[in-house]
Design a binder for this molecule. Structure first.
Ligand code: P6P
Length: 333
């Protein structure tokens, strides 16, 4: 009996067929991202074996110590995307400004913003890390120079979003607005195989994920929510890896809520709107969940800066709704 294997490449082509005006550029763009993910996966899985572990002396745009794999992953994505003719611009957490594709190279109508290797502080201790990406169409006329407004689009304008989690296996999870689909890398063939079709997250979960070490920095509404979540009546248990993609992926599949609130040190929290919160928000909504900054839907927020931060509450719809009620002082827990 021949087994039909649905690969990422086949799946994207089928998705593309749903858009009659599609030109194949989108298929190539996702394929280019998948190629970079395979290259990064190969090096992440060997990190302990070759001299790319440990910090290098330069720092990224936020003064954070760059791990060599950060730099490698960023270069792998930029190289894989720059000359494919699908983009007019890209932006990365590792680069202060966006990268416009110069007109000496073939250019496309898409924009890709990404966090090349999120959770990189976990590399040396073999904890799962991830790549997160978000894709838009440009808003300025095709032949004109790219503008910052092309990059600063609200999350509801995304045409696709996804992440790669480098864990016990390497998985790529993506959406183009018609459901969420998960692919597991089969390293023997170097192909991403459809392993989790049409992912739906439970309406309510039993997991809350937050760094309770920040408790004394939170406002009282946030403290009251976490105090409620810790009580047996909430039916919840705490799970926190400290790697966004790993925490998000577990909660997506099992149900639950991830929170990174603002605090006294960082009023808007730690996570980035464009290439962390928005892509994961697109995915969670497509999977039936919800993503908020505590006051409003994350994907409605108009970005003002490339690297702006946002508080993030994301996961099962009912769990996020309860947390929002606490954050807004409406829930007497
Ligand atoms: P904290 C990793 O550095 C990261 O950006 C996310 O992957 C993760 O969710 C968060 O920071 C963890 O931050 O303050 O809890 O260590």
């Amino acid at each position: 009996m021949s087994i039909f294997v649905m690969t990422l490449a086949r799946h994207i082509i089928e998705q593309e067929r749903k858009f009659p005006q599609a030109t194949g550029a989108f298929t190539k763009l996702i394929s280019d991202i998948a190629l970079a993910a395979k290259v990064i996966s190969h090096h992440v899985n060997r990190a302990g074996l070759v001299d790319i572990i440990g910090s290098i002396d330069n720092q990224n745009v936020f003064g954070e110590q760059q791990q060599k794999l950060d730099v490698f992953a960023n270069e792998a994505l930029i190289r894989s995307l720059r000359f494919g003719g699908t983009l007019c611009a890209m932006a990365s957490e590792e680069n202060e400004d966006y990268i416009a594709i110069s007109d000496e190279f073939p250019r496309g109508k898409y924009i890709c913003v990404f966090d090349p290797l999120d959770g990189s502080s976990n590399i040396d201790v073999n904890v799962s890390i991830g790549t997160i990406f978000s894709i838009f169409r440009r808003t300025s006329p095709d032949e004109s120079p790219v503008t910052k407004e092309d990059l600063l689009q609200p999350g509801y304008s995304q045409v696709a979003a996804g992440y790669v989690v480098y864990g016990s296996s390497t998985m790529l999870v993506y959406t183009t607005g018609t459901g969420v689909h998960g692919f597991t890398l089969d390293p023997s063939y170097g192909s991403f195989i459809l392993s989790h079709p049409k992912i739906k997250t439970p309406r309510k979960g039993a997991i809350y994920s937050v760094n309770e070490g920040n408790y004394n920095l939170w406002d009282k509404n946030v403290q009251q929510y976490v105090n409620w979540a810790k009580r047996s009546e909430s039916g919840m248990k705490s799970r926190y890896i400290g790697s966004l993609v790993a925490d998000f992926h577990r909660n997506l599949l099992k149900g639950g809520i991830f929170l990174y609130p603002g605090d006294l040190k960082n009023a808007k929290g730690k996570l980035r709107l464009l290439y962390e919160a928005n892509p994961l928000a697109f995915i969670i909504e497509q999977a039936g969940g919800r993503a908020s900054n505590g006051k409003e839907r994350i994907m409605n927020v108009q970005p003002m800066e490339l690297h702006e931060r946002t508080p993030l509450i994301i996961g099962s719809k009912d769990d996020v709704t309860v947390a929002e009620e606490f954050f807004q002082g409406k829930h007497q827990g």
